[in-house]
Write a protein that binds this ligand. Structure first.
Ligand SMILES: NC(=O)c1ccc[n+]([C@@H]2O[C@H](COP(=O)([O-])OP(=O)(O)OC[C@H]3O[C@@H](n4cnc5c(N)ncnc54)[C@H](OP(=O)(O)O)[C@@H]3O)[C@@H](O)[C@H]2O)c1
Length: 230
């Protein structure tokens, strides 16, 4: 039995990961900005009420992150999955940038995972074989010269650096960290033309969660486990 906390768990990849881990018998704290409107998550309560807790979390809002930490007290967490993310504003090119939208994208996709990780560090330190996954994107790889979706790409490039730095700093505490690419997935973000359905992506992420340990910390991995270029 593993104890997980997953952000952005009300829909898309996060929701399917909750479903997959509950099916395995795990205990899941599923975070959503608006739990009372998270119908699919609330429905899962009926099947796994004793193993699913739904808590509010806006990863870009410091008081919300603080409140989450406070409500958890010293409850142990084995796996933190920083999954919440947005694609960013309509205008996000070098020559046409919505700067406020870019800042908001960075606040959620880049600052959010570090903010949540810091708040939950005491819980992870009480966990068993503690691990952190940051759901990044291949679109953040510096190996690509593509320039579309610059707000999104830069937020994921930066969160990759956050993941790498966390891996360095948390290794002495016994906490493993990985940045992962979930594949191109049929969610509100990925669109209907994407090849993977959210359950397939969640199944792959679930395997990565189980494989992650200190010997593999500090990697950027595809959903199938293949290493990706930073
Ligand atoms: N889909 C793909 O092809 C793909 C590819 C590469 C990487 N990814 C990454 O995978 C992760 C999940 O994406 P997805 O495809 O499942 O997208 P999605 O269906 O659009 O879901 C995004 C989730 O993030 C939550 N969220 C957004 N802003 C938030 C905030 N400020 N605080 C807390 N939660 C927030 C959303 O909650 P609300 O419902 O409240 O907005 C929702 O639960 C993201 O990090 C994304 O960048 C996706």
């Amino acid at each position: 039995m593993t104890r997980l906390l997953i952000s952005g768990a009300n829909r898309g990849i996060g929701l399917e990961l909750v479903r997959a881990r509950l099916a395995q018998g795990d205990h899941v704290i599923a975070c959503a900005r608006l739990p009372e409107e998270a119908d699919a998550l609330q429905a899962l309560k009926h099947t796994a009420s004793d193993r699913l807790v739904i808590l509010p979390l806006d990863v870009a809002d410091a008081p919300s992150v603080f409140d989450l930490g406070a409500s958890l007290g010293d409850r142990p967490i084995d796996v933190l999955v920083n999954n919440a993310g947005i694609i960013g504003p309509q205008a996000q090119a070098t020559l046409d940038m919505d700067f406020d939208g870019w800042a908001h994208t960075l606040a959620i996709n880049t600052l959010g995972p570090l903010r949540v990780t810091q708040a939950l560090l005491p819980n992870l330190r009480h966990g068993e074989k503690p691990r952190i996954l940051i759901v990044s994107s291949q679109m953040g790889s510096m190996a690509s010269h593509a320039s579309d979706r610059l707000a999104y790409r830069s937020s994921k490039a930066a969160v990759n650096k956050v993941a790498q730095a966390l891996a360095t700093d948390l290794k002495p505490m016994g906490i493993a960290v990985a940045a992962i690419h979930p594949g191109w997935v049929r969610t509100r973000m990925g669109g209907q033309g994407a090849p993977l359905d959210p359950a397939e992506s969640a199944a792959g992420i679930s395997v990565l969660i189980d494989r992650l340990d200190l010997s593999r910390t500090g990697q950027f991995l595809n959903v199938d486990g293949a290493p990706l270029a930073w």
